[in-house]
Design a protein around this ligand. Sequence first.
Ligand SMILES: *Cc1c(COP(=O)(O)O)cnc(C)c1O
Length: 231
Amino acid sequence: MATENIIDKEQLRKNLDEVIWKIEDARLAISEHHIVKLVTVGKYTNIENISTLYELGQRAFGENQVQQLEKRSDLLEHIPLEWHFIGSLQKNKINKLIDIRPSLVHSIDSIELALALNEKLEKKNTKLNALLQINSANEESKSGVSTQEAQDIYQEIIERCPNLQLKGVMSIGAHSNNQRVIKESFEATHKIYESLQKDGASICSMGMSGDYELAIACGSNLVRIGSVIFK
Ligand SMILES: *Cc1c(COP(=O)(O)O)cnc(C)c1O
């Protein structure tokens, strides 16, 4: 996708409005009290389009590479954006990520990563909000803990990683053309999320451009959307 492509403000307004109304319809179908947060994913686009989206009222942005997140949060420091890290985190990028102070890291995908992050956070005397990533369709190609282990690992992180503040779970819908298969993967994640609410889980991050309405119908309260906005 062409990241150099600057999108017309009116086009971005139209794309954003359309997504917001679809989110609105999907959440109201559950309950007027079901609030859904939109994180726009900028990995396919440039900072010009991100700033335009800010002018249109959008505040939360996600990136899946530490380097890109660092560069963009630096270049856009003058505007009050909320940054989310949504990609796989390599251990050698942990220090850099902590220094960016993202609002939420969605992608804690193993106890090893949680422990490594916690150690660095302790050294820096700081805390970080995070989600446990669940590989809900048990796909080879995806990161995340299995649905069977998710609850135990969540508990273990709470006990052993006091500087990592777990806020809930994240999952990427099953890679399938079959809506039923995708729905089952969202339902599996949501079920785990519900069981973790007693431990303080309040965020269920699931849903991307192709499946966010279905994700909301299954109980998602945070959607991560890129391609349908930056088109
Ligand atoms: C890229 C990405 C998204 C956004 O994907 P779109 O299909 O472009 O909306 C959401 N979540 C994660 C983890 C991603 O890497």
